[in-house]
Design a protein around this ligand. Structure first.
Ligand code: NAD
Length: 256
């Protein structure tokens, strides 16, 4: 093995680290859990449905050290119980999120609230609850899952886009405040990633037209997130905090 390979492997090695992934019952969260486990991390998978989490854990495999714990990120008691059960944590992947679609003019107050409570408020208060433990362990890495919709705009997703813009600013603010504790806070801003939930849309005319606006002319695959995720979660990014990394095939820089 040459020296460069050895250095990279050491930096990306997650053995001995304990990671928490929220919203790990499917989609990107389940994928992130698998990627972190593949580098040796002990992973806590959290979401509201433990049966779905167990199915994900079974797929990841018995070699991995996994724990499945119920969590509703919008519920303070649920967050507190999780923190009690699972601490200490070195890596937090703040992934749980949802979208409520529809024109701004008809957007319901309940929809606004559930999106903000899940994508932004839940994210902040979970991180806040875990930071004292991370601080005691000498530091940690928090990776918030934002979206390119937090950096540019599209119609029909007003509360989602505003919540993700909030995630971007939350990331920078917390990076500033928690650097003194050795805690790094960064964000991934995925573009459009092919998952079970949106797969049908890509077959429609609107879906195909959208793909043509991505400079790389293709959708993201979940595996496209692996490198950026491992970078931010691991010591490979030890001098990075407050950054927002777009993983979008160039979508944010498309032509006017
Ligand atoms: P998904 O719906 O497949 O997964 C979302 C996860 O969050 C699920 O496990 C769900 O159970 C969980 N969740 C929702 N509300 C929760 C709550 N109150 N408490 C705990 N868990 C809760 O969606 P996804 O596409 O995998 O999205 C994951 C994250 O990535 C989200 O934050 C989303 O905004 C972001 N994102 C996705 C894309 C994409 O193209 N798929 C693009 C940009 C950003």
């Amino acid at each position: 093995m040459d020296r460069e390979t050895t250095v990279q492997d050491t930096l990306l090695d997650l053995r001995g680290k304990r990671a928490l992934v929220t919203g790990a019952s499917g989609g990107l969260g389940a994928h992130c859990a698998q990627v972190l486990a593949s580098r040796g991390a002990e992973v806590v998978l959290a979401a509201r449905r433990t049966d779905a989490l167990k199915a994900v854990a079974e797929k990841i495999g018995t070699d991995a050290r996994l724990q499945c714990v119920a969590l509703d990120v919008t519920d303070g008691a649920s967050r507190a119980a999780l923190v009690r059960d699972i601490e200490p944590v070195d890596i937090l992947i703040n992934n749980a999120g949802l979208v409520r679609e529809g024109a701004a003019l008809g957007h319901a107050e309940d929809d606004w609230d559930v999106v903000m409570d899940t994508n932004l408020k839940g994210m902040f208060f979970l991180a806040q609850a875990l930071v004292p433990g991370m601080r005691e362990r000498g530091g940690g890495s928090i990776v918030n899952i934002a979206s390119i919709l937090g950096l540019r705009q599209a119609g029909g997703v007003v509360s989602y886009a505003v919540s993700k813009a909030g995630v971007v600013q939350l990331t920078k603010t917390l990076a500033l405040e928690w650097a003194r504790y050795g805690i790094r806070v960064n964000a991934l801003a995925p573009g459009y990633i092919d998952t079970d939930i949106n797969r049908d849309f890509w077959q429609t005319d609107a879906g195909k037209a959208l793909i043509l606006r991505i400079p790389q002319r293709r959708l993201g695959q979940q595996e496209d997130l692996d490198g950026p995720l491992l970078l931010l979660a691991s010591d490979a990014s030890r001098y990075m905090t407050g950054t927002v990394i777009a993983v979008d095939g160039g979508h944010l820089v498309n032509t006017l």
